[in-house]
Design a protein around this ligand. Structure first.
Ligand code: G6P
Length: 615
């Protein structure tokens, strides 16, 4: 949801900013802009609707020179994507340039006050108010510097922000602040790199400082890094070492990040299990549970909150926890949960699932649960993210950076972590006997190999994609553990191909979706051999009887469902709880190939953003 970059140092800022913006483009890509303080002390400012490449085209080969600059890639909230609403925004006197990720909720009243004081606004954005507010404070007190003025301004602001501000009069410093939107400061040798996440920074330095909520920072070539809270308390910066590898944020020969990330799953699932699933010892080691065993044994209830694909992982986890640990579970959309008056308190464990660890609604849900006395267990992919830092305990998914907007490897890694947690807690609560526990461990440890085998199905799936790419609608059906897989299959297809798709529990088909079925409607079934197999076969028959076209994911060696379906995709047999780790892969590949064939922008589908840091 908007990407921010900044640079201060001896190098030319422009190429660094452009490279950084490209790395952050997955966060938002409806406009882009930069502001660079050039060597003769004037501010160069370029903005354009569209992608970073559109900005470059607009600049027509011009490369501003200077070692201080900021850049922004936007995901519109206030005001449509156009050149004027693109960041950076300038103060009325042109002395300040500011970029912002987040939402200023009280921008209306601030704008009114500032307009009354003679400020003129050109854009529809909430952001422009911020830069005018800082300008106003600076104008009224000559003793204040940019850092102080920004700090004071932020005390008047309600909302979420990660900002970077440049002042023409202060060519050796950059002022930054955050609240509820991430901001990372990379510390180099006599230079500073700023970004919304670590991906633009990693190739220059591994030393970073994660700014915390309501902190304001100044990076200066002469005075280094200084941080204070907006209430003016001194903060000692804590430098963290990044563990990310460069290759993990490159496409590595694949045409798209999404395809690379689909193919990475055998490794990412294995990485997620490594060191935790200990076959030799017949045990699972997870600090987030080992350190709180009593709490997990006595928990009354689990509440899982998440959004999007992570919510689908939560739904599958509900089945796992019920199966393995016999504990009541509720799965909630974070956005609904936070605005209800939920009954939650001590004795409840809230599990927050989030790839980015920055989703605004999920973050707000965990803050509310903490206030009400629940223990928060965070499952995040991005190391050092807000949710991981604000949870009491948790587990990383270790899938590596996920750049494609449609989540793939993060989803399966979430399932793997959730399986480990559910099995571990099941054993802890005495609901899994040793034999079943060991069987589950063996089965789970074999999943990466089975996922690897599925990759060989790609040519077959590409052909199916060719056949169904023209369908205007599609239905995804499954039962039990595979019902959330159907939801996820439909989400993947609609988000990257723009084909209208719905996921349903197969039995619910008769309560509505069956009316849609005709010869033009493809129906994608998960019909693996589990407890619900016979029922799903009946559902396939019902679709066939109405002329629908069926693609079925079945267990290798299947005959019944296969005889009915028009197209069959075979996956390996596994324990019912782990089948989603396999059955979801063909749907990922199918959506990918349909979207590519339709000429869609697979990694950056329209209107979406990787990380939704506004509500
Ligand atoms: C956005 C992304 C989805 C993701 C969802 C939740 O909608 O496009 O891929 O599932 O946010 O994000 P999170 O980072 O919390 O898992």
């Amino acid at each position: 949801m908007c990407g921010i970059v900044g640079y201060l140092g001896e190098q030319e800022a422009f190429p660094l900013l452009i490279k950084g913006l490209k790395r952050l483009e997955y966060r938002g890509y409806d406009s882009a802009g930069i502001a660079i303080l050039d060597d003769d002390g004037s501010l160069e400012h370029h903005r354009r609707k569209g992608k970073v490449d559109d900005l470059l085209e607009h600049m027509n080969g011009h490369k501003p020179s200077g070692g201080l600059g900021i850049g922004h890639t936007r995901w519109a909230t206030h005001g449509p994507p156009n050149d004027v609403n693109a960041h950076p925004h300038l103060s009325g006197d042109g002395q300040l340039a500011l970029i912002h990720n987040g939402i200023i909720e009280n921008y209306h009243s601030l704008k009114e006050t500032l307009t009354g004081r003679g400020h003129t606004f050109y854009s529809d954005t909430d952001t422009e108010v911020l830069v005018h507010l800082i300008e106003e404070i600076l104008k009224n007190s000559e003793d204040l510097d940019l850092f102080e003025a920004t700090r004071i301004a932020l005390n008047e602001v309600v909302g979420a922000y990660a900002i970077a501000v440049v002042d023409v009069g202060r060519p050796h410093e950059l002022v930054l602040a955050r609240k509820s939107s991430p901001l990372v400061i990379g510390i180099g040798e006599g230079e500073f790199f700023i970004a919304s996440d670590a991906t633009p920074i990693i190739e220059y330095t591994k030393n970073v400082v994660y700014l915390e909520d309501e902190e304001v920072a100044r990076v200066s070539l002469t005075a280094g890094l200084k941080i204070r809270t907006i209430k003016n308390h001194k903060v000692t910066p804590v430098i963290t070492e990044l563990e990310m590898a460069m290759e993990s944020i490159e496409k590595g020969g694949y045409e798209h990040f999404m395809l690379k990330e689909i193919h990475e799953q055998p490794r990412s699932i294995a990485d997620c299990l490594r060191g935790r699933l200990r076959l030799g010892h017949g045990s699972i080691r997870m600090a987030g549970i080992d350190d709180h065993q009593e709490m997990w044994s006595q928990a009354q209830r689990l509440i899982i909150v998440a959004c999007g694909t992570s919510w689908h992982a939560g739904l599958i986890a509900e089945y796992m926890f019920e199966d393995f640990a016999r504990i009541p579970v509720e799965v909630e959309y974070a956005s609904e949960f936070r605005y209800r008056n939920p009954v939650i308190g001590e004795g409840d464990i809230l599990i927050a699932i989030s790839q980015s660890g920055e989703t605004a609604d999920t973050l707000a849900a965990i803050r509310m649960a903490k206030e009400k006395g629940a223990h928060v267990f965070g499952i995040c992919n991005v190391v050092g993210s807000s949710i991981s830092r604000e949870s009491h305990s948790g587990a990383y998914t270790h899938a590596g950076p996920e750049i494609g907007v449609a989540s793939t490897k993060a989803f399966t890694a979430q399932l793997a972590v959730l399986a480990l947690v559910a099995i571990r807690v099941g054993r802890l609560r005495g609901k899994l006997d040793e034999q079943r526990f060991n069987r589950l461990l063996v089965e789970l440890s074999g999943i990466p190999e089975k996922v690897q085998a599925l990759m060989a199905l790609e040519p077959e799936i590409e052909q199916i994609a060719e056949q169904f790419m023209k369908a205007p609608n599609a239905l995804f059906l499954g039962r039990g553990y595979n019902f959330p897989v159907a939801l996820e299959g439909a989400l993947k297809l609609k988000e990257i191909s723009y084909i209208h798709a719905e996921g349903y529990p197969a039995a619910e088909m008769k309560h509505g979706p069956i009316a849609l079925i005709d010869e033009n409607m493809p129906v994608f079934f998960v019909a693996t051999q589990d407890a619900h197999y016979d029922k799903v076969v009946s559902n396939i028959q019902e679709v066939k009887a109405r002329g629908g076209r069926v693609v079925a994911i079945v267990t290798a060696g299947d005959t019944e469902a296969s005889a009915l379906a028009d197209k069959v995709i075979e996956i390996h047999r596994s324990d019912d709880a782990f089948v989603p780790l396999l059955s979801t892969i063909p749907f990922q590949l199918l959506s990918y190939h349909i979207a590519v064939k339709l000429g869609r922008n697979v990694d950056q589908p329209r209107n979406l953003a990787k990380s939704v840091t506004v509500e």
